[in-house]
Design a protein around this ligand. Structure first.
Ligand code: ARG
Ligand code: ZN
Length: 890
């Protein structure tokens, strides 16, 4: 049951309008669905009409008002054997929201009704052509008990509402825009809203609402501000206006993903809406702004122009992630003293995530192109590749065409495709045509899987005063025995040359008459190309792939001294950071190999690295946020991925050792930084204040690894007691946990009591404990104990992610403990979730997909755990992941 991209055919029928009538009851909800259907003139004729439908009970079926009998029902839907060319179909069916633990379709959360339809949840609500290229106009009537469900919401505009007999009431909604079924949503709940009225650029009045449970109303301001900023930004940057009279955000506690862009009715995981200083960290504030922006931006990139089929998912996701990244960068820059630094900080954060998640995915059994070729379960393809690499692919258009050219491409895309369901090729064509540019070669970014490598050779000719840079692109063999046709990609490669005095050279290529810009966007389109710069008086240090101009891995043999030089001098802040990370990675990997073979000599380190990092730390011309980025070492998972065979214990020993070295060698600086970067006064989520807290809390975290235990303990305890915000209180708690002992226990107890009624804070309480790395702690047992805590439940995805996912991905050395108890825990939890929530179970299953990468004793035990899951897993979600993991080539 693999679905292939190349098997696409147009829908045999079209549905122009749909009227839905819901009688909402938790145990059994009845849905009357009246559709106007006609044959698609563009499709191959078929007498049969097949509708998607899952776990539904069919009650009645009428065609043009007459009972229809020539029908067959199976677990995937209905087949009507003989239908006219155009007709009205009325289907009455029932579903069971209270028994729906998958969180797809119509389900209950805290006793209230919510929906999630993307990708294929609508078929669990009613029978339909549940595919994105069937776009209909929806009119929705909701009926429910008025006391239990006073608020009834659906897409579009409210056209009618009133009371009914038996304590019920109703609301009727109409969405003027045709949309695919995956964008349908309803909410029936007891909620309150923060409201704002705004005027958009055409002068239209709009109503904005953020709907939450009453006790969360004090946590809605930031989401509302983010929404208003997103609306203004999309007008200013892309000329795109809000097209509905009202726009609603709704928070829900049980949600598989981050949020969902349902037309006019965006539904959010509470985690990405609710924030006040007491419960939310700086990172939460930042994420809320990004996700609120993301879902809002989908209104044009996703909803007005949607995907023809699910293989095109990156058409909307890659583009919308790119848009939310640009939004966040512009917002940070607007509020910052140093706009360029704020922007670079955003870029570093985005790339860090790409390198940690997407590069790993690309190297493993789930590797797939940005536009996948096949899938078993589409939910498994909401991936870092489709989202994050997809965003990099969109960014490259802007890099190649310039901001103006990119904007023209976007304008043409909407001119051509507004109201349509289209493909990634259509987007590329619009970019090409608007700029009179042939982008045929660019298709490779959509069709080829794997991370491209660009190896760089340089040659300085002192006599001729030339500096030749040769770029060669290649790939590692594809994992999972995947066959890929390889052709050279079009790679925008930004390059600068840094002179010995630390200044950028004005670059002049051998075919140019005068020196020009200091950063050159080289276009690498062949397998190998040489670019020759002239009038180069001294051997420079190359600054490669500035601002991460393409999602590739650069190979160049820098010396340590060159990396230290770039860290100190590169005019490109991104590459300064990258140089520091490369230097740290190099040192850490060497130490990890030592830790594996002999004993790691804990006194031996790289003094030049410590000195270089110390200079960054003390440099007042650098923003605190940037200094924090540089001083944050690569994660253990990232380092393990860079070993020939991953050895989590060795990586942990090496990283911990370097942390201790940095902590002790720079302890005076850390204490000074800690004192200087306090943020007194009321909490402010501005880039400047966030940067101060990031650096101060990084200092605290390093100090927990220093010799100054007592002094650090005192700082952490004081910070815990006096904090007026979650960033500081959370950082202090995690420092106390790391230091261990009675104070840690007391703080954990206090934290729990303080936030007993704040589920998102309790999630943090679970996560801090799951991530603790004290060598003498057996964290698997801590996790096992927490699984039995009354506040733990497998039914809430946030709670599962807080405890189980945080442990497995955030604590590799403990999870991969040699006895294999972590793997037993993993298998147990995957199987427990498999029947409850297949989508979440599959995400958890993926955490072992890289098993072949590990040292043999771990690999063998992981293999057994995978076999255990394979023997009992039921869902196609989990089975697809396990199959791919087991089949993957060594
Ligand atoms: N479109 C949503 C977003 O990117 C994600 C929905 C994912 N849903 C799923 N079932 N995989 O904001
Ligand atoms: Zn999205």
């Amino acid at each position: 049951n693999t679905i292939y991209r190349t098997d696409y055919t147009s829908p045999p029928f079209l549905i122009d309008t749909i009227e839905l009538d819901f009688e909402l009851e938790p145990q059994r909800t009845t849905v009357i669905n009246k559709m106007q259907v006609r044959r698609n003139p563009e499709a191959k004729y078929s007498p049969k009409f097949q509708l998607d439908g899952e776990v539904l009970q069919l009650i009645s079926l009428h065609l043009d008002g007459m009972p229809y009998k020539n029908v067959q029902i199976d677990e995937t839907g209905l087949t009507l054997y003989e239908v006219p060319d155009a007709f009205e179909l009325t289907i009455t069916s029932a579903c069971e929201p209270a028994n729906n633990t998958s969180l797809m379709g119509l389900y209950l959360s805290n006793g209230h009704f919510f929906t999630q339809c993307e990708a294929q949840g609508f078929r669990k609500i009613t029978y339909f052509l549940d595919r994105p290229d069937v776009m209909a106009r929806y009119t929705v009537t909701l009926r429910a008990n008025k006391t239990a469900y006073p608020i009834l919401l659906s897409n579009g505009n409210l056209i009618e509402s009133g009371d009914l007999a038996d304590g019920k009431h109703y609301a009727k909604w109409h969405d003027p825009f045709a949309k695919p079924s995956y964008l349908f949503a309803l909410v029936a709940a007891q909620l309150v809203a923060l409201e704002e009225r705004i005027t958009t650029r055409s002068g239209a009045q709009k109503l904005l609402q953020v709907w939450v449970e009453a006790h969360d109303l004090d946590k809605t301001r930031h989401a509302m501000d983010s929404l208003i900023h997103a609306i203004q930004w999309d007008e200013a940057r892309f000329g795109l206006e809000l097209d509905l009279e009202r726009f609603m955000l709704v928070a829900v506690s049980d949600f598989n993903m981050g949020a969902m862009e349902n037309k006019g009715l965006n539904i959010f995981n509470t985690q990405y809406v609710l924030a006040n200083p007491q419960t939310a960290t700086d990172i939460d504030y930042t994420n809320i702004e990004a996700v609120v922006g993301h879902e809002y931006f989908h209104n044009w990139t996703g909803n007005r122009v949607t995907c023809r089929d699910w293989f095109q998912l990156s058409l909307k996701e890659g583009l919308t992630v790119f848009r939310d990244q640009e939004f966040s960068a512009d917002m940070a820059a607007a509020d910052a003293v140093n706009a360029a630094a704020a922007r670079a900080n955003q870029r570093i954060e985005n790339v860090r995530i790409l390198q940690q998640t997407q590069f790993t995915e690309d190297a493993g059994p789930m590797a797939h192109p940005v536009r996948p070729e096949s899938y078993v379960e589409i939910n498994n393809f909401y991936t870092a590749t489709v989202y994050e690499k997809g965003a990099e692919v969109v960014r490259m258009y802007q890099t190649l065409l310039g901001r103006e050219g990119f904007r023209q491409g976007m304008d043409l895309y909407f001119q051509r495709h507004d109201g349509q369901a289209v493909t990634c090729d259509d987007f590329r064509q619009a970019m090409a045509d608007a700029n009179q540019r042939d982008l045929t070669q660019f298709e490779g970014w959509y069709s080829q899987l794997g991370t491209p490598y660009v190896s760089v050779r340089t040659r300085y000719d002192e006599a001729a005063q030339t500096y030749a840079v040769t770029l060669a692109q290649h790939h590692k063999p594809a994992p999972n025995a995947l066959q890929v046709v390889r052709a050279p990609l079009l790679i925008p490669f930004a390059l600068g040359l840094v002179d010995t005095n630390g200044q950028d050279l004005a670059l002049q290529l051998d075919n140019e008459n005068a020196p020009g810009a200091a950063t050159r966007m080289l276009e690498l389109s062949a397998a190998e190309q040489t670019f020759c710069f002239i009038n180069v008086r001294r051997r420079p240090v190359p600054s490669l792939l500035r601002d991460f101009s393409a999602p590739v891995i650069v190979e160049y043999d820098y010396t340590d001294d060159e990396l230290i030089f770039l860290l100190a001098h590169d005019s490109d802040p991104f590459n300064r950071w990258a140089a520091g990370q490369q230097l740290a990675t190099r040192t850490l990997l060497t130490h990890a190999r030592q830790a594996e073979n002999t004993q790691l000599n804990t006194h031996e380190t790289n003094p030049a690295l410590i000195e270089a990092f110390g200079s960054v730390l003390r440099n007042p011309t650098l923003t605190p946020a940037f200094r924090a980025q540089v001083l944050t070492l690569p994660t253990e998972a990232y380092l393990a991925e860079h070993m020939d065979e991953a050895n989590p214990a060795a990586v942990h020993a090496a990283r911990q050792n370097l942390r201790v070295q940095l902590a002790n060698a720079l302890s005076d600086d850390w204490f000074a930084i800690y004192a200087q970067h306090q943020t007194p006064g009321p909490y402010q989520p501005t880039p400047a204040a966030m940067g101060q807290r990031a650096l101060k809390n990084l200092a605290l975290s390093y100090l927990t690894d220093s010799e100054h235990t007592e002094r650090t303990l005192h700082l952490a305890q004081t910070q815990y007691d006096t904090a007026n915000n979650m960033s500081d209180r959370g950082a202090a708690l995690s420092a106390l946990i790391h230091l261990g002992g009675e104070l840690a226990q007391a703080a954990l107890t206090d934290f729990y009591q303080r936030f007993e009624n704040e589920p998102l804070a309790i999630d943090k309480w679970f996560a801090f404990q799951a991530r603790q790395t004290r060598a003498e702690m057996d964290v698997i047992n801590v996790v096992r104990t927490l699984l039995r805590h009354p506040a733990f439940t497998s039914k809430n995805p946030n709670r599962v992610r807080a405890l189980i996912f945080s442990f497995i991905s955030g604590n590799p050395a403990q999870f991969h403990a040699p006895h294999g108890a972590g793997y037993t825990l993993w298998a147990e939890q995957v199987l427990a979730l498999d029947t409850l929530n297949p989508q979440l179970a599959a995400r958890l299953a993926r955490l072992l997909e890289r098993w072949r990468k590990f040292i043999p004793p771990l690999r063998e035990q992981m293999h057994k755990a995978l076999e255990t899951v394979l023997a009992s897993a039921q869902s196609k979600d989990v089975r697809e992941i396990i199959h791919k993991a087991l089949l993957s080539a060594p």
